[in-house]
Design a protein around this ligand. Sequence first.
Ligand SMILES: Cc1ncc(C[n+]2csc(CCOP(=O)(O)OP(=O)(O)O)c2C)c(N)n1
Ligand SMILES: [Mg+2]
Length: 591
Amino acid sequence: MTPHTLSHMRNEPMTEQMTGAQALVRALENVGVDTVFGIPGGAILPAYDPLYDSTKVRHVLVRHEQGAGHAAEGYAQATGRVGVCMATSGPGATNLVTPIADAYMDSVPIVAITGQVASASIGTDAFQEADISGITMPITKHNFLVTDAADIPRTIVEAFHIASTGRPGPVLVDISKDALQAMTTFVWPVTMLLPGYRPVTRPHSKQIREAARLIAEAHRPVLYVGGGVHKARAATQLRELAELTGIPVITTLTARGSFPDSHPQHLGMPGMHGTVAAVGSLQRSDLIIALGARFDDRVTGRLDTFAPHAKIVHADIDPAEISKNRHADVPIVGDCREVLTDLIAAVKAEGRKGDYAQWWQALNALKQTYALGYETFEDGSLAPQYVLERLSSIVGPDAYYVAGVGQHQMWAAQFIGYENPGTFINSGGLGTMGFAVPAAMGVKMGAPDSVVWAIDGDGCFQMTNQELATCALEGVPIKVAVINNGNLGMVRQWQTLFYDQRYSNTNLQSTRRIPDFVKLAEAYGCVGLRCERPEDVDATIQKAMEINDAPVVVDFVVHEDAMVWPMVAAGTSNDEIKYARDMAPKWEHED
Ligand SMILES: Cc1ncc(C[n+]2csc(CCOP(=O)(O)OP(=O)(O)O)c2C)c(N)n1
Ligand SMILES: [Mg+2]
């Protein structure tokens, strides 16, 4: 990731008298911020006054602070820069907790700026007081409570530096109202005071050589690619290593697109709803090369049965990830692009090539036998997977796809073909319903020339659709495909499989048009379309693609019984993957 502070910082030295609030806005301008998502209120109000005059920073008035946070995440992911959100003290700040936690879990660089009650009132249960730095301590990469106006510019520079370097993540800057109001001397540039913060990006050469040796000796290696590869902008290097060695590649939920889906060496996504080939490759592997991935439980399944024969090479910029869940035989701390560049050189220097012919024979058989498929319905109703398949082929791989959380998210991961890194944006770690619409807004503002589709569930959509008003008023023409199955579908799927079809509190009845998503879209100044039959899908998508002057919402009314397959049930072993209900793959005895 390009360090935001270094590439954008304007460095003309200056000293000037101004308020803390003015210093805040000036510092934001100087570190290159052009967009802030937020909502004002009492404690942050002093900052909104100079913001009103800024010609460099565009403030986007959202409808809910959660929307501001997810929009900042979307903006960050589309631009590779730091996303910024702003809120007042107390409830404004606590409404940011979910997106901050989301950004922490998915390593998204955002800076959240919150107003705090006056420093003399801190700790007195003052009106709209919440200890937001205490609350967010475990879900921020770092956070600051600023009570002195003189500290504001330096803190902003430090916050952007921490958010964007090393393993990216959210940083909170909580500023007391009196610090915003006080006069101070604004001095620029500032010197950061961050003793001890020195992320390691250069991998250790001995470990790299060891990894290259294991690659040459392995018979069943797999490149297990996580979100860190795109964060390091290392997709080109990944492809070079994969093609140089001939090793199969799997891309996790946060890595979709980091290796082209169409590439013959791609086995798909691993994990709970991964392909049989990807999950099977891990279980049979004798060498897993994990790159910017964290052995999440959704990938490993039951940990003590995960990849029992594999040695592990684990490369990550965050040393805390290495050997956290699975012991690493070769730990490599470093930036994925540098790791891959060095690994390519080391593999070339090693000279020997691994023989993976038998391995590929077994994997190709799995790929062919257990290709992704889905059930269609005889009553003429829509299969959700079909909608995503058509969306993929009509819209293509140059668009951004931003998903909510649930079945539709998994179908979006499975049935859209990703060819470009960073084009599938979703809430992987926290699994935050309501992510899609505001994040898509942020993506579209960061990449205004790209087509941006939010793929949302009817449940998720009802959590954050108010940001459609923001999109309509701010001229942000996103497109939203609501995969409306009338249910909290993913939870219903678990009830079908594990709770004897007792559908306790999962039926939203959204298919009864309460609310009517088409009318809702229109009420928000968007275009609303509805599609209920397979034969209308193409024309509806094409119509949505032709509208570029307003946000579009398509209510795709789909069958409620569609399920996400394959599936590794929670807490079970990857070996027990089912590719359809009660259908387990037959494993080859390749060894
Ligand atoms: C904020 C939040 N609350 C609850 C959950 C638990 N949960 C996971 S998926 C899901 C259902 C989502 O429903 P919908 O948006 O309609 O998507 P579908 O699964 O039907 O495609 C729920 C309730 C969650 N992930 N996030
Ligand atoms: Mg649903």
